[in-house]
Design a protein around this ligand. Structure first.
Ligand code: C2E
Ligand code: CA
Ligand code: CA
Length: 724
């Protein structure tokens, strides 16, 4: 192995000795051992040589002139280039003191002369291997240091990068128009952006951990908690809408989302998410939904919502044995009158006030809906028995006894109520409403301001009514109507003044049908207009015929008149005046042969067009009488300004004359004060006639004076009645 290495690789050795023999001996031996050898004969030369070409080991003699070995070593140790070179002292002086001094000045070993060559080589080798090990350690160290430095650098770079990216995140997060948050894997919130602070007006600690949930609306909290906790437990995303309390302590709707955060090792590291204020959108949505299900005047549930609730109640009734419910159908009585006389604005106020009052009567679990117009429906959920529904209906009727004050006016209104009770026969809400409506109609026809409970017989009546309606159209086409004429006499002289034309329906399968049964239907369906035209035409034709027939008996200055009942629909029809003109012309009649009977309610409207029409009629000498006077809602003021000829006292007053003489006297006095004549209807007894005569009532009409008869019969009666 010794041979394989070159002398330089083996080691470079500087021998310093002032004794040339020693130099020669050592050089020879060490060269022989394969070392590269340099020699120096003095300390000064040694220093120069070592500096110029640093050896691996120096063998240094102590005893030399000028500069001894200790001084040389000291200097070597002071020089940067030579300070690390191991120095082995060579000396004949074998004293402890010299050895100590040799080590003190930086020597590493000490060889005593005379020396054995093997010892010298062993000590040199020892130093060389130490040297090599040291060099290796040094280089390793350097390498390590290099690595450490690289790492430190990289870490510093990373840190700068991280800090920059965190700063960027914070900036973006704080500038974002949404609320941003982060939570730890246990769900505890660890970060919220500035927006959270601004939005909630809370301090940071209030928004971290779990405490921030106190800002959530109590109604939304359980639902949110569940969604959030599931997302945490299952490391998944979530979306939730909930209300969050803002800085003004009002709750606003927000849309909250969260997504899981994963670290480099794909481990769950928490959630990150944001919240967007969706309050306005949500409110619009809610408003739209509310509008779709509520009536915008009263803000009550509308038909759609009612039908939904009925469906629910029906299904509950189907599932649970003892679950009953009732539907109350309300239709205000004579609401149209209020609307027409006081205006739509007051009508609307009244509906709102009624809605409020009704809501006070029912329980919070019941439902009050408005179907439109003056129709309301109450769903009484979960009642014990029918009696409960009746109690509610009674309470409603009672509560409406108190008038409403609208625009500093007292307004009275009543309602008719139809009640239907749940039964297994019903399978859909529309059937319930249909039957409640039928019962309500029944209540109306039984005198209004009352309730009726539906029974199946009523359903039959409705069907009958439906048939009647279609039959009525048919009847008009087929000419199944006839007129009866009832005489109107002067009570003082008994002179025949004229007739009232009363329509009858000669039904092909039934007996004579009276107008009370079909006129309301004709009015509702609009059939009254063509029917009324026919009546007018027929009555005029008949009276014209009688004029000619009995011309000698009837004074020309006092022609026979025919009174024709007018429906409100006819009065509102624009072509009425020209139609009347045409009819009169057609039969060669003048206006003073015709009287038109209208009711008070038709006048309350008092519209310009109706007043103008009445004046037009009056200018043609056509009389206008107020029919059924005393039964309607009279505001007497309006009568003074209208061209009315006579008041017809309603037959109910005549029939209760002995009890109501004061009222009848007052009506007659009123008519006279307004320059009007008075006609008493429904005179059935001589006493009634006599009493009315004493009360100065001008004219009379009634079974006692003459029953309504068809034209031929009346002609016969007339022939007998009139002076020959
Ligand atoms: P109205 O105008 O009050 O007619 C008087 C009603 O009293 C008639 O009933 C008549 O038959 C009845 N009557 C006459 N004298 C007596 C009496 O002494 N005692 C009793 N209890 N009743 C008496 P009717 O013919 O059944 O007519 C009922 C209602 O039908 C009429 O009441 C009128 O409002 C309406 N009406 C009749 N014909 C027409 C018509 O052509 N057009 C319109 N629009 N309505 C009509
Ligand atoms: Ca009449
Ligand atoms: Ca009447």
């Amino acid at each position: 192995m010794t041979e394989e290495l070159s002398p330089t690789q083996r080691g470079k050795i500087l021998i310093v000795d002032d004794t040339p023999d020693n130099l020669r001996l050592l050089t020879g031996n060490l060269t022989h051992h394969g070392y590269e050898v340099q020699c120096a004969i003095s300390g000064a030369l040694a220093l120069m040589g070592a500096k110029a070409n640093p050896p691996d080991v120096i063998l240094l003699d102590i005893k030399m002139p000028e500069m001894d070995g200790f001084q040389v070593c000291q200097q070597l140790k002071q020089e940067r280039a030579t300070c690390d070179i191991p120095v082995i002292f060579l000396s004949a002086l074998d004293s402890g003191f010299d050895k100590l001094r040799a080590f003190q000045v930086g020597g590493v070993d000490y060889i005593t002369k005379p020396f054995q060559m093997e010892e010298v080589v062993a000590r040199i080798e020892n130093q060389l291997s130490l040297q090599r090990a040291r060099a290796e350690i040094l280089s390793l160290n350097a390498e390590l240091e290099q690595r450490v430095e690289e790492r430190t650098h990289a870490l510093a770079q990373l840190n700068i990068h991280l800090q920059a990216s965190e700063e960027r995140f914070r900036r973006v997060a704080n500038a974002a128009p949404v609320l941003i948050w982060m939570a730890e894997p246990d769900g505890q919130r660890s970060f919220v952006n500035q927006r959270w602070l601004d939005f909630t007006g809370c301090s940071l600690p209030q928004l971290l951990g779990n405490q921030w949930m106190e800002q959530i609306h109590p109604e939304d909290l359980p639902r949110f908690r569940q969604v959030y906790e599931t997302a945490i437990a299952q490391h998944q995303s979530f979306v939730a809408e909930y209300r969050l309390r803002d800085a003004h302590h009002t709750y606003r709707w927000v849309l909250g989302t969260g997504v899981p955060l994963m670290d480099e090792g794909q481990e769950f590291a928490g959630l990150i998410g944001c919240c967007v204020d969706i309050h306005d959108r949500k409110q619009t949505e809610d408003q739209l939904l509310h509008n779709a299900l509520h009536d915008n005047l009263t803000n009550l549930p509308n038909r759609t919502l009612l039908m939904e609730r009925l469906k629910l109640s029906l299904s509950r009734a189907g599932r649970y044995d003892g679950f009953y419910f009732a539907v109350l159908f309300l239709d205000l009585d004579r609401f149209k009158l209020v609307n027409d006389s006081l205006g739509h604005l007051v009508g609307d106020q009244l509906l709102v006030a009624i809605a409020f009052r009704l809501n006070q009567i029912i329980r919070p679990t019941d439902l009050l809906a408005r179907l439109g117009g003056d129709e309301f429906v109450i769903l009484l959920d979960d009642i014990e028995n029918a009696q409960e529904a009746v109690q509610v209906a009674t309470r409603i009727l009672e509560s409406l006894q108190t008038p409403f004050t609208l625009e500093s006016r007292e307004v009275f209104i009543s309602t008719s109520i139809g009640i239907v009770l749940s039964s297994p026969d019903y399978c859909d809400g529309a059937e319930l409403l249909r039957d409640a409506d039928t019962a309500m109609y029944r209540a109306k026809s039984q005198g209004k301001s009352r309730y009726e409970i539906f029974n199946p017989v009523m359903h039959q009546e409705v069907l009958k009514r439906l048939h009647l309606e279609s039959d009525l159209r048919q009847a008009l086409k087929q000419g199944e109507f006839v007129l009866c004429y009832q005489p109107i006499l002067s009570l003082s002289t008994g002179t025949l003044m004229g007739f009232e034309a009363l329509v009858r329906w000669q039904h092909p399968q039934r007996n004579m049908v009276f107008p009370d049964e079909f006129i309301p239907i004709a009015e509702e369906t609009g059939l009254i207009v063509p029917l009324g035209h026919w009546v007018l035409g027929e009555a005029c034709r008949q009276i014209a015929q009688w004029q000619t027939q009995f011309s000698t008996q009837v004074a020309p200055e006092l022609p026979l008149r025919v009174s024709v009942n007018l429906s409100v629909k006819q009065l509102q029809e624009s072509g009425l005046l020209s139609f009347i003109d045409e009819i009169l012309a057609q039969h060669g009649l003048s206006g003073n042969c015709l009287t038109l009977e209208i009711t008070e309610s038709m006048l309350i409207d008092n519209s310009e067009t109706v007043i103008a029409l009445l004046h037009e009629l009056r200018s043609r000498s056509i009389n206008i009488d107020i029919d059924d006077f005393g039964t309607g809602y009279s505001s007497l003021g309006y009568l003074r300004h209208l061209p009315i000829h006579a008041l017809k006292i309603d037959r109910t007053f005549t029939q209760t004359l002995s009890l109501n003489a004061d009222i009848v006297r007052a009506i007659i006095a009123l008519g006279h004060a307004l320059n009007m004549d008075v006609v008493a209807e429904g005179i059935e007894t001589p006493d009634q006639r006599a009493l009315l005569q004493t009360l100065s009532c001008e004219y009379g009409q009634g079974y006692h004076l003459g029953k309504p008869l068809q034209a031929q019969e009346m002609a016969l009666a007339l022939a007998a009645l009139l002076p020959q």
